[in-house]
Ligand binder design. Structure first.
Ligand SMILES: Nc1ncnc2c1ncn2[C@@H]1O[C@H](COP(=O)(O)OP(=O)(O)OP(=O)(O)O)[C@@H](O)[C@H]1O
Ligand SMILES: [Mg+2]
Length: 253
């Protein structure tokens, strides 16, 4: 089996705000293996976004360490792609120009950018929309642009924070299938936050369940459902029993 490409050891985080201290994370340790798909679920406000931002090097922990391929992370790295809940596209740039933006920001210009962006737009099923503007796209399409943009740097790890949270259930299911296809095609390692238990199980090799704040990893539930998966799996008995197991851990009693 492959080794841990992403690991956290003893992460602690307390926010200082005007109202006082908010202890967000308590002694978080986790490991994600290369090419693994891990979902992270937990009650609202338990610290999921905080944890993801720390893992991505976007926020500093008070204690503990994040390791990428065994090396301590101290700042954002190109091995890590981040996808936020809102696609955060630049409204005045075309789809193509949004995807090439991270390269331009780093001073990489030229025809190769366009070629790379077109390949990625093909991967996320958006060929033909490269000259459109974000407002001309549906929410699901905008999120696909954000995925293409996150992939433009060829990160090995994708951290996704409720990427499909604002989509309706049908579009979300379609995006889940798309994401599994992209994951298979690219061999990325994915850690995805979601508050939808069904989505968490459907996608993942393992579901990490967090406790209420201060967030702590309560359990790691292996998902042994066969792949490739499609949405018929929702009616499978094993799926139902996993669903109940995870749900009871999030809201015990
Ligand atoms: N910048 C900040 N300053 C102070 N407190 C913060 C800050 N960011 C988050 N918090 C607090 O830390 C806790 C965890 O927040 P976080 O956004 O990580 O939770 P979450 O699990 O992602 O929630 P949700 O499910 O609603 O997205 C919350 O109580 C929140 O109010
Ligand atoms: Mg959040």
């Amino acid at each position: 089996m492959s080794k841990a490409i992403l690991a956290a050891e003893g992460i602690e985080k307390t926010y200082l705000s005007r109202e006082g201290e908010v202890r967000a994370l308590r002694d978080i340790s986790l490991q994600v293996l290369a090419q693994e798909f891990v979902s992270l679920v937990g009650p609202s406000g338990c610290g999921k976004t905080t944890l993801l931002r720390i893992l991505g090097g976007l926020l500093e922990a008070d204690r503990g360490a994040v390791l990428i391929d065994g090396q301590i992370l101290t700042q954002p790295r190109r091995e890590i792609g981040f996808i936020f809940q809102n696609p955060t596209l630049m409204p005045w740039r075309t789809v193509l120009k949004n995807v090439t933006l991270p390269l331009e920001v780093r001073g990489i210009n030229g025809d190769a950018n366009k070629k790379r962006a077109m390949e990625l737009l093909g991967l996320v099923g958006l060929l033909g929309f490269e000259n459109s503007y974000p407002h001309e796209l549906s929410g699901g399409m905008q999120q696909r642009v954000a995925i293409a943009r996150a992939l433009v740097y060829e990160p090995s790890i994708l951290l996704m924070d409720e990427p499909f949270g604002s989509l309706d259930a049908i579009t979300r299911n379609q995006m889940n299938l798309e994401l599994l296809r992209i994951w298979r095609a690219t061999g990325k390692t994915i850690l995805m936050v979601t508050h939808t238990i069904q989505e968490a199980i459907f996608l993942a090799d393992r579901v990490l369940v967090m406790s209420a704040r201060p967030g702590h990893i309560r359990a790691a539930v292996p998902i042994a459902l066969p792949r490739p998966r499609d949405t018929d799996i929702f009616y499978n008995e094993e799926f139902a029993s996993l669903y109940h197991r995870v749900r009871d851990m999030i809201s015990p009693g």
